[in-house]
Design a binder for this molecule. Structure first.
Ligand SMILES: C[S@@+](CC[C@H](N)C(=O)[O-])C[C@H]1O[C@@H](n2cnc3c(N)ncnc32)[C@H](O)[C@@H]1O
Length: 224
């Protein structure tokens, strides 16, 4: 992407108070697909520094909920809806973590967002398979945490495994669409997949049951 275009998104993010230019990728996808509807419950995987959470919280509004998870800390407040942020690995997300936030783990989310990316190595294949691994985790989670008719936005680095990923999503969702937002660098192999309306009966893994007698202490690494 030419430097002046990068500067455009950077300056625009600053002007509109977003934490990063990534905000415009989600706004473009949502302007078209209307996923972040008022009152919905959103799970944002790989949420730091928090610009997707800003967009999601503004759009779902005061009656909605946004829960974000990232290995990195997210600082400051996110305005617009009820918001919870956890520092940790998505692979460790379980019922106890949601209970610790005061949420009922049996109530599914309406939308899962994943802008997760592996630490890039410069090797296209390594980065692609790192991304595939994260995407598989997200689809497993969609099977257990997303409601029927729920929606998913997921980032992937294109490569040999992309077709299998799309096929798996087509088994799970009524509609699957690719998205390459303008704010995404044209040279990047980053691309987004949107799954609309989780089909009934799609459960890829059983939800870990809540421990009896109240939530245990958070495992090491889980933050606020
Ligand atoms: C491109 S950034 C997300 C940007 C975010 N959507 C925003 O708008 O601010 C990707 C994030 O994925 C996170 N990530 C990667 N693997 C993760 C994992 N296993 N668990 C939690 N977060 C992860 C990284 O720490 C990084 O902050």
């Amino acid at each position: 992407m030419p430097r002046e275009v990068q500067d455009h998104w950077f300056k625009e993010a600053k002007r509109q108070g977003y934490r990063s230019r990534a905000a415009f990728k989600l706004t473009e996808i949502d302007d078209k697909r209307k996923i972040l509807r008022k009152g919905r419950r959103i799970l944002d995987l790989g949420c730091a520094p928090g610009s997707w959470m800003q967009v999601a919280a503004q759009r779902v509004g005061p009656g909605g909920l946004v829960v974000g998870i990232d290995l990195q800390p997210v600082t400051g407040n996110i305005q617009g809806s009820e918001v919870h942020i956890v520092q940790g690995d998505v692979a460790n997300m379980d019922d106890a973590m949601l209970q610790q936030l005061g949420l009922d783990p049996q109530v599914p989310f309406d939308v899962i967002l994943s802008d997760m990316a592996p630490a890039t190595t410069g090797s296209k294949d390594t980065d692609h398979y790192g991304s595939m691994n994260l995407c598989e985790q997200v689809l497993d989670m969609a099977g257990s945490r997303l409601c029927v008719d729920g929606d998913l936005v997921i980032k992937t680095f294109e490569g040999p495994g992309s077709k299998d990923l799309v096929d798996r999503m087509k088994d799970m969702f009524e509609t699957v669409r690719p998205a390459k937002p303008k704010a995404s660098r044209s040279v990047s192999r980053e691309m987004f997949l949107v799954g609309l309306k989780l089909k009934p009966g799609v459960v890829t893994e059983s939800r870990p049951s809540a421990p009896k007698g109240g939530p245990p202490p958070l495992p090491g690494g889980w933050g606020r």
